[in-house]
Write a protein that binds this ligand. Sequence first.
Ligand SMILES: [Fe+2]
Ligand SMILES: [Fe+2]
Length: 170
Amino acid sequence: MTEEQICEKLQQVLKPGRYRHTLGVADTAERMATVWHVSPAQARLAGLLHDCGKEAGDALSHGPIGARLACTDYGVTDEEILSAIACHTTGKPHMSTLDKIIFIADYIEPGRDQAPHLDELRKLAYEDLDLTLLKILKDTLDYLKASGKEIDTRSLDTYHYYLHKHNSEN
Ligand SMILES: [Fe+2]
Ligand SMILES: [Fe+2]
């Protein structure tokens, strides 16, 4: 499918706000990719499709569901793209650079305005990928704790993995 065909299909399945968010993530991921030596086209496609399972799954499951839909409904066979879509909500230990870019772009794209530290994170995303990831995971876990929401083990595993990595490298 061409990008135009993908966008047409996404516009049919996503709510307008979600579609706008998707374009923001695609632009941000593409820009980050040039700095972090990942294929910009690959990052853009992963960004466009990262939420394609949004209406088919819940907050956590739409990642893995989206990866399956990206393959079956959008013809994506690139395992690196499918991985980035699958883990974009929780992260995972040992993320690839593309995984990290999509996770971070999802959080910092220009349409986001609620999360704390966005100015700092939007700068840091071009300087230190792991530290950006760690700060987003911490803010997310802090938010879930403060609002009494359930914390999934996958996000916790990811946080502890990158905290340990950061501490052992610094
Ligand atoms: Fe998502
Ligand atoms: Fe998203």
